[in-house]
Design a protein around this ligand. Sequence first.
Ligand code: NAD
Length: 486
Amino acid sequence: MSDTMERTRADLVLPDIASGMLIDGAIVTGEHFIEVIDPATGAPFALAPDATRAELDQAVAAARRAFPAWSATAIEERRALLVRVAERLRAQAEPIGKLLTTEQGKPLSDAIGEIARAAAHMEGLVQLDISDQLLRDDGYERVEIRHRPLGVVGGITPWNVPIMLATLKIAQALYTGNTLVLKPSPLTPLSTLAYGQAIADILPAGVLNVVSGGNDLGAWMTGHPGIAKISFTGSVATGRRVLESAAGTFKRVTLELGGNDPAIVLPDADIEAAADGIARSAFGNCGQICMAVKRVFVHSSIQDALLNALVVRAEAIRVGPGTDPESRMGPLQNKMQFDKVAGLIHDVRNTPGARIVTGGTVRTGKGYFIEPTIVAGLADDAPLVREEQFGPVVPVLVYDDLDDAIARANATEFGLGASIWTSDPAKGSEIAGRIEAGQVWINRHGGNTKDAPFGGAKYSGYGREQGVAGMRSYMELQVVATPSRQ
Ligand code: NAD
């Protein structure tokens, strides 16, 4: 390590609002740390705790101790406490949002927007009716379907929308009567630590624990005998490891993984509206959204019009540090993702027939900035089409025959979302039935609501979150049959 690095390292501290992990109701700083990098500069700007296995064990033990009382707490009381959590999160949107922008890269207005949406989502989720059901009472026996909490849930989140994803896991795990050990990505730990610190006094000790550390910490959680369920959001490759590791202790597992969402634009589509929706989805959060448009299939009769409309939108996006109020798109979140997306653009430049219609600039110098990029002329087997780019680069592919477009849209191991753009919504809905994806939107792309179960088909996931179906995945179904007469 150079002198400069050592000096920099010595300068780094834990931010006041994220001064440690939340374990058993206390803020624990620990003795080991990871550096957190600002993607707008590429330099570390703060430290976060790097939990030891013993600290994870303490968090799991605290969550287990808290479970009996929390699961016995009336659901109205749990709802009321979670509403207070949402209110506190909203009240702290500015300071937590600043930390989110610095560690994640997104513009401050987007960070604050993510926090506001997360708070609203929590308030909505805890209104869902998750009560038990009477299957029958026929004079012979009374059969009930009850739903019991599982115990301790382990929540593992990625770096793209840390507060939103943490909120979904907190809301679902705690509302259903479980306790939670939550682990953010090592690349964006601070906003989630700040979240835990901000709401620590609202919840009984041990009900929510927030631990930070490296990828090892995630692996320890998935194998931990004290954890009953893993709710994981991240990549397909890690999801596979989570599933394997969870098998040893028969953990319940929900996996929300990657996507390669198609948008199919029919010849009768409103082109301006389609371009608005596709550009917003493909370039929002710098393209780092699981359910972003990642492939556009446009009918040949309107390809030029759609491309032109997309170019106008892409070129209007101002790229810069998230702390600059003028920026509409920040940097990619980390060097690995930046290199991957830069590599995909490089590959396009070396592909005969492929064309960068706009963008394509990978900025040199500090930070991980790439301009919004639209590519035409690629074949379906090009890496940018086959792989999840997770960055602001979208390929536009042309079709003549709708059946062919549907087959090409489905020719992927992913199956998260898809959209159909048409002035005939009934036709769009019929096409949706032929798309292999967990959700298909007509004339919009993305967005999930508290009452609609969300998740992926094929390699994009395992199970659902949100909605009553998602809530149930945090519970064990139990049938209780009582004879009517003895
Ligand atoms: P990742 O899989 O690299 O990491 C996700 C989390 O898993 C991190 O907290 C990481 O520390 C942890 N982890 C790493 N190794 C682990 C292991 N062996 N066991 C347990 N946990 C481990 O994903 P990422 O790069 O942070 O996130 C990007 C991916 O997330 C993209 O593919 C994106 O599509 C996906 N994503 C999906 C959704 C969804 O709802 N479907 C939402 C957001 C992001």
